[in-house]
Design a binder for this molecule. Sequence first.
Ligand code: BGC
Length: 368
Amino acid sequence: MKSKKFVFMFAVTFVACLLMTGIGFAKTVGIVMPTKSLERWNRDGEYLKQQFESRGYDVNIRYSDNKIDQQVKDIEGLIANNVDLLVIAPINGLALTQVLQDAEDEIPVIAYDRLIMNTKAVRYYVSFDNYKVGVLQGEFIKKMFDLDNADGKTFNIEFTAGDPADNNAPVFFAGAFDTLKPYIDKGILVVPSGQTEFQQVATKAWDSAVALERMQNILASHYADGRVLDIALCNNDSTALGVTKAITDDYAGDNKVIITGQDGDVANLANIIDGKQTMTVYKAVANEAVVTLDLGVAIMDGKEPGEELIKDSKWDFACAFDTESYNNGKGFVKSYLLTPLIVTQENLQKELVDTGYYYMDGKYPKAK
Ligand code: BGC
């Protein structure tokens, strides 16, 4: 009898302890990624899941198949499940105002990589310095062709940008275009298609097939007579893939066209090794997930972090706290911005493989 009473008392104390510490009642993080069809979001989703689970959170992750309606449903589902935090990379930054109204006072939202517009529900933004991504692409071209000492030489360039629905896309383009515009103005860089406006060079859904078709048209209309194309500046790797295919299959010239990209998708890294693409701007999404974790934990603990999140962290990478670059229409969104870097044939091993982000599978890198 005595031992039964003891077991009962023990059980009561144990449950009370669980309740007090919160163990057994793990908080849930809802993660919504745009699609599995663009490579990087698979990596982002996986890293984010691992990070939050490693700190004992439950994770409910959805990929929205690049369909806005699907993403709205995914978010509705997570709000209905009463998740404690939402981490969302939007497909269309303008399309979530309505659905996030339900989260506004209840569930904190982190806009992940892409800004979410016209809503107060977004408490923070975690991304890279997106303008700098474009600047790095532009500066790479500037250096490669020594544009400051062109000495009467001229070079032909075509631009390919991203999805107009993605707030990042015009920012990448502006970074690259602003860097190269002085040389276009001086006639050192020439754009034979005449397409220099973001809307003209944009690629719906960042789709490789769309970028392929547009470049095929440009080649047929402006380069069929043997005109040389020197540079295809692509704002990311999925568009670079389409553009590279168009150039490989349909370009009449025999010069090596310099092609830029962004992300370090495995197919593009293979193209870099094979000399078909010249560079990519790499963004360590594993680190983006680390920042999101520490920020998410702080928010769920009721804090409203600022600069100190960086100072108190154990991060071994650069990250800036920014309160004045990203306005989502309802005000400036507090942002943590990581730093992108240029990857070429020369530093690929050092920056991507030796650092552990990729491993070599024969001749080519694979993402871990
Ligand atoms: C991301 C890029 C990516 C693109 C297409 C952008 O919002 O920042 O890294 O290449 O989406 O997935």
